[in-house]
Design a protein around this ligand. Structure first.
Ligand SMILES: C[S@@+](CC[C@H](N)C(=O)[O-])C[C@H]1O[C@@H](n2cnc3c(N)ncnc32)[C@H](O)[C@@H]1O
Length: 266
């Protein structure tokens, strides 16, 4: 019925998130499954069922509570840092922890990093934890609930001197850092490309941009769409660049992947 489930939280309190195909949906069976998950995993106190795709600007889904506690705020632990989140209020995916480690490991001492679309702060916090010599990480997010969690998460990880959460739309909120950033991370696969003009404005000469995008094998290369967008925005900005990395981040559907394309602004 459910194809595995995600667990967010810690050994003290966690929630499970299940996905049930429409043809398999059956309230009695879902409840039985949820109770079995909680019986086998004593730290799981609630089971949520995905009721929609990620929607709207804030990329949050609808969920229904199948069993357990209606309070679904949990403290998730990943790579040694803590993240408080209620997935019903703000985007969070535990499947991207490896990607965060990868991005964080590339950051060098002294860098000013701009994390756009920062959510509850996992990329910004991963970077500041892995590279204590980072100058500053600016983390811009429009969902007020996500910003509230990010501010809390920055505090509990003792990173207030390194991570600056900023509430607002990337299009307006990044202007104070125009021309100043050494690295720009853009973790919004659906639509980040449309903000590449802002990324070019933020980028110093030599800056590295990490653009996340959806990639389709049907386009000939899963990186084709992202690279076309980069080319078009660079032209409009009058900037030159060099692609320095391409990677599959996660599979999404047959022939469709979340990808990251990295380029250096010359
Ligand atoms: C895919 S989520 C990623 C969040 C976070 N980086 C993470 O990995 O958990 C994208 C985030 O971008 C935010 N967002 C979408 N459009 C935005 C915009 N124009 N300006 C600022 N934030 C935006 C959403 O609210 C959401 O939290």
């Amino acid at each position: 019925m459910a194809h595995g489930f995600d667990v967010i939280g810690s050994k003290d309190k966690a929630i499970a998130i299940i996905e049930v195909r429409d043809e398999d949906a059956h309230a009695g069976a879902e409840k039985e499954l949820a109770n079995a998950i909680m019986a086998r995993n004593r730290h799981i106190v609630s089971v949520l069922k995905k009721e929609s795709a990620r929607e709207g600007e804030f990329r949050v889904r609808e969920y229904s509570l199948v069993a357990g506690d209606g309070d679904t705020e949990v403290l998730h632990i990943e790579n040694g840092y803590r993240l408080l989140v209620d997935p019903q209020k703000a985007y969070f995916s535990n499947r991207e922890s490896t990607e965060r480690t990868r991005v964080a490991s590339q950051v060098k001492p002294g860098e000013l990093v701009m994390v756009m679309f920062a959510g509850i702060g996992p990329y910004a916090i991963a970077i500041a934890k892995a590279q204590p010599g980072v100058q500053k990480v600016i983390a811009v997010e429009s969902n007020p609930e996500a910003v509230r969690y990010m501010e809390h998460n920055v505090r509990i990880n003792k990173l207030s001197h390194k991570v600056q959460p900023v509430q607002g739309d990337v299009r307006d909120a990044c202007t104070p850092w125009y021309g100043m950033c050494d690295r720009i991370v853009m973790p919004l696969p659906l639509g980040a490309g449309e903000f590449l003009d802002v990324a070019f404005e933020c980028a110093k000469r030599g800056a590295i941009v990490q653009l996340y995008s959806w990639g389709n094998e049907a386009d000939g290369s899963i990186y084709a769409a992202a690279e076309k967008t980069i080319e078009s925005f660079a032209k409009k900005a009058g900037r030159t660049y060099e692609i320095i990395g391409r990677r599959k981040v996660l599979p999404y559907a047959p022939g469709r992947y979340k990808v990251c394309v990295e380029f250096k602004v010359l």
